[in-house]
Design a protein around this ligand. Structure first.
Ligand code: PXG
Ligand code: PLP
Length: 441
């Protein structure tokens, strides 16, 4: 029996999806509870990706559901230009209190992409406010993912995302090299020992442009979307040193890393390296309502506070910046992280997760396994002449044959287990995955 939703797919242009392929065999989710989705044909599927790195507490957490229901019936919306709402104020206070020392200012957005573009604009405005308007150059990293808006796409380094827009990327951007080196580091557990020197590529760009022209460097502390690339030991420290030496702002894009995925409020705390700006989204509201936040050092905020007091200091903001329902979801999410000890739960899951991932190291299709915190990837060799086909087939077989939702980027399978996963369910999900990888060519 074809459900109504299956008959009516024509109008729907799906994001980051092979639309024609999908519409032949649609995978439609209509409900969720805890660690499982339900589909329109009544199947129950285990979610190995916590939504899209978003929903570490599981789906439809009763506390967050209740907070959202209450808020939407109390204050559904108010603008946050010139007036504001109580929930946005409370969430900014709450989140900055969890942040590394000195990062006590918070600007709200609605997504990771908006957080990134906001952070880049803040970096440029900061230097200009300090009389260093010549610092305009932005540095990203190959294979970086910073969302899909023009700024984030330009500093990003995912080739397919950039290819069509090549001539329209924002000017004045360079990239340092990425840190994946399968030859030296294949099957490393956690941070690779080899590769801190790759950070010196930033020194090369400082030599080329003169460091005094560079505004900011943006990196994911652990690259996620590109297939989980943990930083080599000492790499982030080295980036920080070079930024300090040249007066460059360091931006950590923690859209994935923040809020427990690395068993701390922020990835910066896990690595003991403090950036100047942190971008977040996803886990800020457990994915329940779209929201992002940019955290900045007080000194950056202060630099903007120089014009006459009646003047707007930063001409930037979104209609939905600090939306009260999103902020209520965020506050409830922070409550649950605290009450349930979620970040400690996440820490305890790291070892069993690592074991399960690396049990695939000798599988016939697998050429690398990488992990850090509760971020993991299994990289398969591409099929001759058909890159991505093996990963795509694994995704579909998991869905249809094993009741499992997995995420693949081409032939790299990515895993983002719930921060409160049950070890036996996590183990079962990897057994199901093994059935699929054994069965496919
Ligand atoms: N920065 C980082 C580090 C991200 O991971 C974004 C920015 C953009 O966020 P929004 O909310 O605008 O999508 C992200 C998002 C994947 C995958 O397969 C990851 C993301 C998005 C799409 C796919 O790992 N991360
Ligand atoms: N386009 C138009 C015509 C608008 O009026 C606005 C906001 O008022 C926007 C785009 C930006 O929308 P948002 O603030 O939701 O990003």
């Amino acid at each position: 029996m074809m459900s109504a939703v299956r008959r009516n797919l024509d109008a729907y242009w799906m994001p980051f999806t092979a639309n024609r392929d999908f519409k032949k065999e649609p995978r439609v989710i209509t409900g969720a509870s805890g660690h499982y989705y339900t589909t329109d044909d009544g199947s129950k599927l285990y979610d190995t990706f916590s939504g899209l790195w978003t929903s570490g507490l599981g789906h439809c957490h009763p506390k967050i559901v209740e907070a959202v229901q209450k808020q939407v019936a109390t204050l559904d919306y108010c603008m946050t230009f010139q007036v504001t709402n109580d929930k946005a104020v409370a969430l900014a206070d709450r989140v900055t209190n969890m942040a590394p020392g000195g990062m006590k200012k918070c600007f709200f957005t609605n997504s990771g992409s908006e957080s990134v573009d906001t952070a880049l604009k803040i970096a440029l405005g900061y230097h200009r406010a300090r009389g260093e308007g010549n610092r305009t150059r932005l540095i990203g990293r190959e294979r970086g993912y910073h969302g899909v808006n023009f700024g984030g796409m330009s500093v990003g380094g995912m080739v397919p995302n950039r290819k069509v827009f090549s001539a329209n990327l924002i000017p004045g951007v360079d990239h340092i090299r990425h840190t994946l080196d399968i030859e030296h580091n294949a099957f490393t557990r956690g941070q690779p020992a080899w590769g801190a020197h790759l950070a010196d590529d930033l020194e090369r760009l400082c030599g080329l442009h003169d460091g005094s022209n560079i505004a900011a460097v943006i990196v994911e502390p652990v690259a996620g979307s590109t297939g989980v690339l943990p930083p080599p030991v000492g790499y982030l420290e080295r980036l920080r040193e070079i930024c300090d030496k040249h007066g460059i702002l360091l931006i950590f894009d923690e859209v994935i890393a923040a809020f427990g995925r690395l068993a701390r409020p922020f990835g910066a705390q896990r690595f003991g390296v403090t950036p100047d700006i942190i971008t977040t989204a996803k886990g800020l509201t457990n994915g329940v309502i779209p929201m992002g936040a940019v955290l900045v050092r007080d000194s950056i905020y202060d630099a903007f506070m120089q014009a006459p007091e009646h003047m707007i200091e930063l001409f930037h903001g979104y209609t939905y910046s600090g939306h009260p329902v999103a902020a209520a979801a965020g506050l409830a999410t922070m409550d649950v992280y605290d009450e349930e000890g979620t970040f400690e739960q996440a820490a305890e899951l790291e070892q069993p997760f690592e074991e399960l991932l690396h049990s695939f190291a000798d599988h016939k299709h697998v050429i690398d396994v990488r992990n850090f915190g509760l971020m993991g990837a299994i990289e398969m060799a591409p099929r001759e002449g058909a890159p991505g086909a093996r990963g795509g087939e694994a995704h579909k077989r998991c869905f249809w044959d094993e009741n499992l939702v997995i995420r693949n980027g081409m032939d790299v399978l990515q895993f983002s287990p719930f921060l409160n996963s049950k070890p036996d369910e996590m183990q079962k999900s990897f057994e199901s995955l093994r059935n699929v990888l054994d069965a496919i060519e």
